[in-house]
Design a protein around this ligand. Sequence first.
Ligand code: HEC
Length: 145
Amino acid sequence: MFPLNIRTLAAVAALTASVAALAMGGRPKGDDEAANSRIAPVARVEMAAASVGAAAGARSGEQIYKGACAACHDAGVANAPKLGDKGAWAPRLALGLDGLLKSAIVGKNAMPPKGGSDASDTELARAIVYLANKSGGSLKEAAAK
Ligand code: HEC
């Protein structure tokens, strides 16, 4: 059901980024790295969004997280606050689930709307609870569980 894993995604993203960097005129090596980090998140999101399998609406927070959010939030791509990084999450947790859900729905800076996923609002909320509670939070899912 999940033919793509994160390592595959990262490899594809890096490849895509290198090709893009070449297409932009084969700049010196140092610039390639900068281009990689600018382009890779977008490439990963497109792949990640495609890999969220199971029936829409019924997926757990962990399923959504691993399929659509881990690509950025595991490694801190584009300065995404990392899973487990309590310091990075503390000020965000102050927004509460409602506040975090609002910004996740519309996106925030380098984070695309819904993290580029096809998650329903309920699924997105579950993913936020999963992510936040592994990062020092104690959010509660509203109704669903
Ligand atoms: C393309 C990379 C990327 C993906 C994919 C991604 N995020 Fe993010 N996310 C970010 C970045 C970058 C930030 C920090 C935004 C800022 O504050 O500038 C962020 C911030 C957040 C925040 C905090 C928002 C706030 O108001 O402080 C939440 C919650 C969040 N992401 C949840 C998710 C969830 C849930 C998913 C998966 C459905 C996801 N993200 C997927 C990059 C990503």
